[in-house]
Design a protein around this ligand. Structure first.
Ligand code: GUN
Length: 297
């Protein structure tokens, strides 16, 4: 094994402590308590877990936190009305609608009902555009978490060759923009990329965000590269008896064992990027609250 493991839990704990200190200051000096609203539709067990953790961590940081759990058959107009109410609530500074939504709901319309100032997920057209334009924006939480880990690990990223595998609005596209803004030379790769292993082998920084378990093999990685694994995939246990008993575990998009032999640094999954996402959500909510109060641009 040659790679160093990037422990996302430690970085997330540090960020949460910073957020907690800032919340205490805002409450003491400005009477401002940042408020986060999280909306979950349906009973998806993974989403339930994420939403619970978001609410608990917001409270632990001293924030105002509300969670709305709606039945899976919630109608579009009910959803839009709830989001509009939260958007008009002065105690709420950030709104996160947990994705994916049930198929009958129009995700784009729901996101469009959140004003860009409260869109702590950075998913609105306005925030995506502001990121590309280099204007102050709320940037999606997972990509921001990846960038924090990369800067903490590598320092200045100028001139590094970065390859992002995956082109989602939630991760692939914003992380590519953040890396570009950090002066990396960025390639966006995806399922239609020709000779993906060769493209990945060029990367000093390899970000895997495809949602396919252990897709990135060890021989796709440039020796010494920094590998950021965004994937959270539930798979059967390797051991046939445990798999037969229906036991599952979480693995990333990177073949972790193989990556450890080749990479310079690698994030584990779980325990790498995942914990950063929630910590950045709290950070974004504080930022949104300060901007709404006119304390920061
Ligand atoms: N589902 C998985 N990750 C996320 C996220 O970062 N934001 C939202 N809204 N939904 C998600």
């Amino acid at each position: 094994m040659s790679a160093q493991i990037i422990d996302g839990r430690i970085h997330a704990e540090r960020l949460r402590a910073e957020v907690g200190a800032e919340v205490a200051l805002l409450r003491a000096e400005h009477g401002l308590q940042p408020g986060l609203a999280v909306v979950l539709v349906g009973e998806d067990p993974a989403s339930l877990g994420y939403v619970k953790s978001k609410g608990e961590q917001a409270l632990a940081a001293g924030m105002h936190s509300v969670t709305h759990r709606l039945p899976a058959d919630t109608r579009q107009d009910e959803m839009i009305r709830l989001v509009a109410d939260l958007d008009a609530d002065p105690l709420i500074h950030g709104i996160l609608v947990q994705l994916p939504l049930p198929k009958h709901l129009d995700e784009n319309a729901v996101i469009a009902a959140i004003s860009p100032d409260k869109d702590v997920d950075g998913l609105s057209v306005a925030n995506a555009g502001r990121l590309v334009a280099g204007l102050p924006a709320l940037v999606a939480c997972t990509p921001t978490g990846c960038l924090i880990l990369l800067k903490a690990t590598l320092g200045d990223l100028t001139g590094k060759r970065a390859v992002v595998v995956g082109r989602s609005l939630l991760v692939g596209k914003p992380i590519a923009q953040l890396l570009l803004a950090a002066d990396c030379t960025v390639t966006m790769a995806h399922s239609r990329t020709v000779d993906l292993p060769a493209v990945c082998r060029e990367a000093d920084i390899l970000v895997a965000a495809v949602g396919r378990p252990r897709m990135i093999r060890g021989d796709w990685i440039k020796p010494g590269a920094c590998v950021i694994d965004v994937g959270i995939n539930r798979v059967p246990f390797d051991h046939p008896e445990q798999a037969a008993a229906g036991k599952t575990k979480i693995v990333g998009d990177v073949n972790y064992k193989e990556a450890l032999e080749v990479a310079g640094w690698v994030t584990p999954a779980p325990g790498g990027v995942g914990p950063m996402t929630v910590a950045v959500l709290l950070h974004n909510t504080v930022l949104a609250a300060k901007r709404q109060a006119g304390l920061e641009i």
